[in-house]
Design a protein around this ligand. Structure first.
Ligand code: SAT
Ligand code: MN
Length: 607
């Protein structure tokens, strides 16, 4: 092919040959007007945000420093799971929980979509690193995108630009591996054509090539579809890398819990999208003397340390949190984080004086501009903000950020929580008997669907380890990998696994447990179980506290409600069995025998 003269393509600030040739190849395919190598500087941020204001994508907020409001296309508001593919060479490696297409076939379809797709636009090259830059083996990636919104979001969510690019070539000149992430909104501009505020395409593909460790995304500008360091790299591709290298990439927050005696425990917790991970990560305990610090709100990479304990690192550098429902009561620390500015808000409402507002933030102002860019008043019959609207804000601004957050070693995990959103059956908290039983709990985790993905909300589905849309390979192999992980360590050093449900409802449909800061009572009990100082009852499903085992001092809630939240109802559980069986049948032959045995044990205990 004859080289085309695309301005900027040769201004590469690196000698990394594979990167250079990939960038040139993509530029020749997508034919942008120019190529910009992203450096991550303040000057670049100022230039891009100014351009985004001029193009109508961003509105600068008067009331928050260096912060912007964006409203997406109304059809581009969440992850598109039905358009997400794992293109492994062998379909069996994608398993029953992923969409699969032959990689060569997918590449030929997408190559045609990408052909000329950046015409009239700038192609940005974003070098980034997931996890600390000082890691012995930094986890590198490069996102090529034609969206400046993606560049500014990636600047908040990842360690990127020059400081990441410096890691691409070793001191001795060795070129490091990186994950190529190609993204186009799929809306080329003809000469003179006016751009729209939120370019995207009706046709969408979010595609992963696990063997090549590559990501191709087309047609969406939104969150997990477009910020490819997040779910695509740090969960789908990283889970496949973790399987091969013996570690875990999980959809988990990481928090540091400090007791009144200054004892420290680190907890990782997996919940499906939009089930309160960020709130738990930044929780303000209601029990005196206890403190929580935050290390991450969405993703944890866990590897064994030299001492045989499991250490967690958060690969991200920002929070991409669900806005509605977040306020000074439910999550004061998230509010304080965004108050400091330097944040992006997508699909929330805009106030007349240049601030943001969303449902759950107290009394609504008399007039707002809704996420659909329409006039909105408290009488409007639609919410002002999309239920999956998001704030994107730097972790470094979090007032309770743990000092270890950038430590490449990570932090040793004492407890893993699995949780879902269930109106019935699942008690407030259950402790597993051992790692294998905990793996069973995770593998059978269920939750009602939320607005974080397109589709019906409120349907109970199995969401193993809260990873259903994020496991980058066969779910049966993934469960086996969890079991094997437990076998690689001394049982006493493994984190203890708990199953929680903050969302159980009473007969009146009201939540039985107050949640939020009161969840510290459950954390405290879990830690005391680990330390051997709290009691529990053995039940068919595991160890469950009684009302007397939990520290409920000063809690303003009815004892009956707490009892109902803790109840193990054998009938409800017996009704759960066929659903678990159906789920296991879906996993098929690769379901680990040990999990089938766990199900048999549960059935016997319930009989
Ligand atoms: O859209 S994201 O995947 O980035 C957020 C989420 O669903 O958890
Ligand atoms: Mn998430």
């Amino acid at each position: 092919m004859t080289a085309v003269a695309i301005p900027g393509v040769d201004n590469a600030p690196t000698t990394h040959q594979r990167l250079l040739s990939w960038v040139r190849e993509v530029a020749e395919l997508t034919t942008p007007d120019e190529v910009v190598w992203v450096d991550g500087s303040d000057a670049e941020w100022d230039r891009l945000t100014t351009e985004l204001v001029e193009s109508g994508t961003f509105t600068r907020l008067e009331k928050k420093p260096n912060s912007f409001w964006a409203a997406s296309d109304p059809d581009d508001v969440a992850r598109v799971e039905e358009r997400t593919f794992i293109c492994s060479v062998d379909p069996a490696d994608a398993g029953p929980t992923n969409n699969w297409m032959d990689p060569a076939e997918m590449k030929s379809i997408m190559t045609e979509l990408y052909r000329g797709s950046m015409r009239g636009r700038t192609m940005y090259v974003i070098p980034f690193c997931m996890g600390p830059l000082s890691a012995e083996k930094p986890m590198l990636g490069v996102e090529i995108t034609d969206s400046a919104y993606v560049v500014t979001s990636m600047r908040i969510m990842t360690r990127m630009g020059t400081k990441a690019l410096e890691k691409f070539v070793d001191a001795d000149g060795t070129e490091r591996d990186f994950v190529p992430c190609l993204h186009s909104v799929g809306m080329p501009l003809e000469p003179g054509e006016q751009d729209v505020p939120w370019p995207c395409n009706e046709t969408k593909y979010i595609t992963h090539f696990p063997e090549e460790r590559e990501i191709w995304s087309y047609g969406s500008g939104y969150g997990g579809n477009a910020l490819l360091g997040k779910k695509c790299y740090s969960l789908r591709i990283a889970s496949a890398i973790g399987r091969d290298e013996g570690w875990l990439a999980e959809h988990m927050l990481i928090l540091k819990l400090i007791s009144p005696e200054q004892k420290v425990h680190y907890v990782a917790a997996a919940f499906p999208s939009a089930c309160g991970k960020t709130n738990l990560a930044m929780l303000e305990p209601t029990i005196p003397g206890w403190k929580v610090e935050t290390l991450g709100d969405d993703i944890a990479w866990m590897r064994f340390g030299e001492d045989g304990r499991l250490y967690a690192v958060n690969p991200e550098a920002g929070f991409f949190g669900v806005a509605p429902g977040t306020d000074y009561h439910t999550n004061p620390n998230a509010m304080r984080t965004v108050e400091r500015g330097n944040s992006l808000f997508t699909n929330v409402a805009l106030t007349d004086d240049g601030d943001i507002w969303w449902e759950g933030m107290g009394e609504p102002p008399a007039h707002l501009t809704s996420w659909k860019k329409r006039d909105w008043t408290p009488d409007s019959d639609e919410p002002s903000s999309h239920p999956n609207s998001r704030y994107c804000t730097p972790m470094s601004q979090c007032p309770i950020l743990a000092s270890e957050w950038d430590d490449p070693q990570g932090v040793p995990i004492s407890a893993i929580f699995f949780g879902g959103r269930r109106a019935n059956t699942i008690p407030l908290v259950t402790e597993s008997r051992d790692w294998q039983h905990g793996t069973f709990m995770g593998a059978t985790l269920s939750s009602e669907t939320t607005a974080a993905a397109k589709g019906k909300v409120g349907v109970v589905r199995r969401d193993p380890m809260a990873m259903l849309p994020f496991i980058g390979y066969h779910a049966g192999d993934y469960f086996q990998h969890w079991i094997d992980t437990g076998k690689r360590a001394d049982a006493a050093k493994l984190p203890k696994i708990f199953y929680v449900n903050w969302f159980r409802r009473g007969d009146d449909r009201k939540f039985l447990w107050p949640g939020f800061g009161e969840n510290s009572r459950v954390l405290k009990w879990a830690i005391e179980r680990i330390e051997g100082t709290a009691a529990a009852q053995e039940t068919p499903i595991g160890y469950v506290p009684t009302v007397d085992d939990l520290d409920l001092s000063g809690l303003d809630a009815s004892k009956d409600d707490i009892e109902a939240a803790l109840r193990v109802d054998a009938d409800e559980w017996r009704a759960e069995i066929p659903m678990i069986e159906e789920w296991f049948a879906k996993i098929g032959d690769k379901l680990p025998t040990l999990l089938r045995e766990e199900l048999e044990v549960l059935k016997q205990r319930l009989a």
